[in-house]
Ligand binder design. Structure first.
Ligand code: BGC
Length: 818
């Protein structure tokens, strides 16, 4: 059978599993066009469904499963062997009958680029894809135009390698810094997540391939991920966790959405009619298809680490389809669906609704349209863009005495094994099979005179001490830092004498299937890492020479313990295959850093509002986490730190530049809030950004709103808009425009099921970061004001949706409130 060709890939995966400018946002697509086409495709899908037998319909609702050899309806997949793509994560089955010929549709990960196998049996060609910067780094650019551009290039690879849907972007809220998949996600803030995701979706879909926003919703821990129940109140779910998805759906209409593994308030997300249908389609107008995450909803009975069997729910697939989760992935559950239909627990109406939702999107795909793909995307051009995007999102956290940039040709002493084994991205489905990775050591050599004795030392140390970690969906190499031995101390001392500056790289890896821990070697630095920072700082500072730490990390790490010791800190995250080059561009000043934090760096992990409740609680004492209680409610990230006056290491929105910017003339340009027929109206603002330093640079300006005291408890400030300047020359100005829609300004009144804007005077801070009081650098931001004369009801929502489980009162759950 043709489809057997993909079997080795799928089996490998299964085995791996068992072992272990002035624009405020990217220009929205022409919605009339989307609606118009949507109607056309939907009508056709409605006529197609009439030509399908029950068995064929069920083939469409359930993917073929991971192991194609055991798929009951092998003929139904309708996959042309010559068009298969090795390494895709799943398929939508096709159908071939007398009246219809619908090919199988290919779905591939993921958030940092297309994850397919780079080589194929009996084939000399290679199929490498670009490893783009991780989501957290892209969001830190605060540049929706750039993210859209990345999306266009990334989507071009999807199309030119013959894939139909990219299983990305990931856009869960970074509720806690230890979430193992934070690297795939954008921000702790829903406006940043939503606008960056919308830009990415617009970019991807400009290629006429589908984007799949994921993981919908409140999937904020990886521990025991198939079974963890998120307990959160409706207001928290709507304002923090659903909001970003809403923005992406309303502003970019992704072709698909992937529901998450977790339960919400006692029921699997993918089995919740309120989430999958009432809110997603009813309230937000989602027109795409909804698919499950792989094996979600206990369709398989497998435990989260695939090591045991807890007994599967044979009705799960039917419950999912009935709720509006159209497609079960990877599938293999056609027999379950058939049995449920026979038993009367799955209606023909639900089946048809989902088949129509799927076929509406299928008709737009390259496979359906028989697109003849080249297998030759322009990887060189994409590498250039990846390097640019990576450098734009890296964040300069500290730069005492302007010790960076280093002068060109400076003698640099580079420390750390991560300069040899640089990390391009996280593990799991967020990984990409790229042709290469630009490591830090050779990249520095392109710009500086690098101490070769040290590089040789680390190269040898890495070769002799590297280990392999069996991460889910693929292992990775890593190496602990060496202790500061006599030999290393001699090298440090010599470097301090002979070189001009030191760069120490610290690395951290993580990925799906597990969360990080607040321990040494993970969130905290190891003794060896602290030792090398101490030894290098002592030796270099004795010679009056600067020390920079580069963090090549998947998520934030502690800095409090060591930041005083060094002069500069660059949070480089993981910049994809061009990571080393982008770091070198910034250290050399070829790129002026303009990235800013889209997640807070706390002073101490214990300050995090969810520190006590992450990743969850073992309710039944079986050694596994069962429930995550969102006790902090809406006070996630900076909403908490600013409201409760908790100092941070580096606040949300923060990032330095090699130049300085002044914010001039913050102005409320228009206030049409409450105007009928305009979706509740909007606020328009502007401010002029002036480059008052002496090098060119870009600035990401942020708009924070402080709401008047009303009925609802509100955070001290909330981000409502942002925009980034173009490259401003010294002395140059740019006037930025910002729009706050009524939607984005509103708060959720759970007692009335309404989104409302309360009356009163709103203070608006157009500021360089959430540090509006200038705690970090002494520069407080003066607010401007707009007024709302009477309450505005922006929208009404589904009564009773998202209710807490019986016996859990909101007041008992929320322990963090003003
Ligand atoms: C991940 C998804 C991914 C899917 C297919 C799942 O384990 O959670 O993000 O898209 O696998 O690889």
């Amino acid at each position: 059978m043709s489809q057997f060709k993909t079997l080795p890939t799928l089996v490998t995966i299964a085995v791996a599993m068992t072992v272990s400018g002035t624009a405020v946002a990217a220009p929205a697509k022409d919605h009339t066009q989307i609606q118009h086409n949507g109607v056309k495709y939907r009508k056709k899908a409605e006529s197609m469904v009439k030509k399908l037998s029950l068995s064929e319909k069920l083939d469409i609702l359930s993917g073929p499963g991971m192991d194609l050899t055991t798929y009951q309806g092998q003929d139904a997949i309708n996959l042309d062997e010559s068009k298969d793509v090795s390494g895709v994560a799943g398929y939508i089955n096709g159908v071939k009958n007398r009246k219809l010929d619908i090919p199988a549709i290919k779905l591939a990960d993921g958030p940092a680029g297309l994850r397919i196998n780079p080589t194929r049996d009996n084939d000399h060609s290679t199929y490498y894809a670009t490893a783009w910067p991780i989501g957290s780094l892209l969001a830190s650019t605060w540049d929706t135009r750039l993210v859209e551009q990345v999306g266009r290039a990334e989507g071009n690879e999807v199309k030119e390698y013959g894939v139909d849907f990219l299983l990305a972007p990931g856009m869960n809220i970074q509720r806690n810094p230890l979430l193992g998949r934070n690297f795939e996600y954008y921000s702790e803030d829903p406006i940043v997540s939503g606008q960056i995701a919308a830009a990415m979706v617009n970019g991807l879909q400009s290629n006429h391939i589908g984007a799949t926003i994921k993981h919908f919703v409140a999937n904020n821990a990886e521990t025991n991920r198939f079974f963890n129940d998120t307990i959160a109140d409706p207001r928290t779910l709507r304002e923090i966790y659903l909001r970003g998805f809403q923005i992406a759906v309303e502003d970019a209409q992704p072709w698909a959405i992937m529901s998450s593994y977790n339960l919400v308030n006692g029921t699997y997300v993918n089995q919740r009619q309120d989430i999958m249908t009432d809110i997603l389609r009813g309230e937000w107008g989602f027109k795409g298809l909804a698919m499950s995450d792989w094996f979600a909803g206990n369709v398989s009975g497998l435990t989260s680490d695939f090591s045991g069997d807890v007994g599967r729910d044979v009705e799960s697939a039917a419950k999912q389809v009935s709720a509006g989760n159209d497609l079960i992935e990877p599938g293999g559950v056609k027999a379950d669906l058939a049995a449920s239909y026979a038993a009367g627990t799955l209606s023909m109406e639900a089946i048809d609704n989902s088949v129509v939702a799927i076929l509406t999107q299928v008709q737009k795909t390259p496979s359906y349209l028989n697109y003849s793909y080249s297998n030759q995307p322009d990887l060189d051009a994409h590498a250039e863009l990846a390097r640019q995007a990576a450098a734009e999102g890296m964040i300069l956290l500290k730069n005492s005495n302007a010790s960076l940039p280093l002068s060109s040709g400076a003698k640099v002493a580079s420390f750390g094994t991560t300069q040899i084994n640089t990390l391009k991205g996280g593990t799991g489905s967020g990984d990409v099979n790229a042709a290469y990775i630009a490591h830090i050591a050779p990249a520095l050599e392109e710009k500086f005179e690098v101490n070769s004795e040290l590089t040789d030392y680390y190269t040898t140390y890495f070769a002799e001490n590297k280990q392999t970690n069996d991460a889910l969906l693929g292992g990775y190499e890593y190496c602990e830092e060496p202790p500061v031995s006599e030999q290393l101390q001699i090298l440090v001392d010599a470097a301090a004498q002979n070189d001009d500056a030191a760069v120490i790289t610290i690395g951290r890896q993580a990925g799906e299937g597990g969360d990080r821990t607040n321990t040494r070697g993970d969130y905290l630095l190891t003794d060896e890492e602290l030792q090398i920072i101490n030894a290098v700082s002592a030796a270099f500072h004795a010679e009056g020479k600067p020390v920079t730490v580069v963090l090549n990390v998947n998520g934030v790490v502690d800095s409090t313990e060591w930041s005083d010791k060094v002069d500069s800190i660059l949070l480089a995250y993981m910049g994809g295959q061009e990571t080393g080059n982008a770091i070198a561009d910034i250290l050399a000043g070829d790129v002026n850093p303009s990235g800013k934090l889209a997640q807070t760096m706390p002073k101490s992990y214990s300050d995090v509002p969810s520190a006590q409740t992450f990743p969850g609680t073992d309710i039944d004492n079986d050694g596994l986490v069962d429930e995550s209680h969102y006790n902090e409610g809406i006070y996630v990230g900076y909403r908490y730190y600013t409201s409760f006056d908790v100092d941070t290491a580096y606040p949300f929105g923060y990032g330095m530049s090699y130049t300085n910017f002044e914010y001039r003339n913050p102005t409320v340009v228009a206030n049409t809030l409450g105007r009928k027929g305009k979706k509740g109206g909007l606020i328009q603002l502007s401010a002029t950004i002036h480059n008052s330093g002496d090098v060119a640079g870009k600035e990401a300006a942020q708009v924070y709103v402080s709401a008047p005291q009303g009925k609802l408890d509100k955070p001290a400030i909330e981000l409502k808009a942002f925009a980034k300047t173009s490259l401003l020359q010294p002395g140059q100005n740019e006037k930025l425009a910002f729009t706050i829609s009524a939607r984005d300004l509103a708060s959720f009144d759970a007692s009335r099921n309404k989104w409302i804007i309360e009356p009163g005077a709103y203070q608006v801070y157009i500021a360089p970061s959430s540090d509006i009081n200038g705690k970090l650098n002494g520069a407080a931001t003066a607010p401007v004001t707009f007024t709302v004369s009477k309450e505005i009801v922006v929208s009404e929502t589904t009564p009773g949706a998202l209710a807490l489980p019986q016996g859990v009162p909101t007041a008992g759950l929320i322990t963090v409130a003003k």
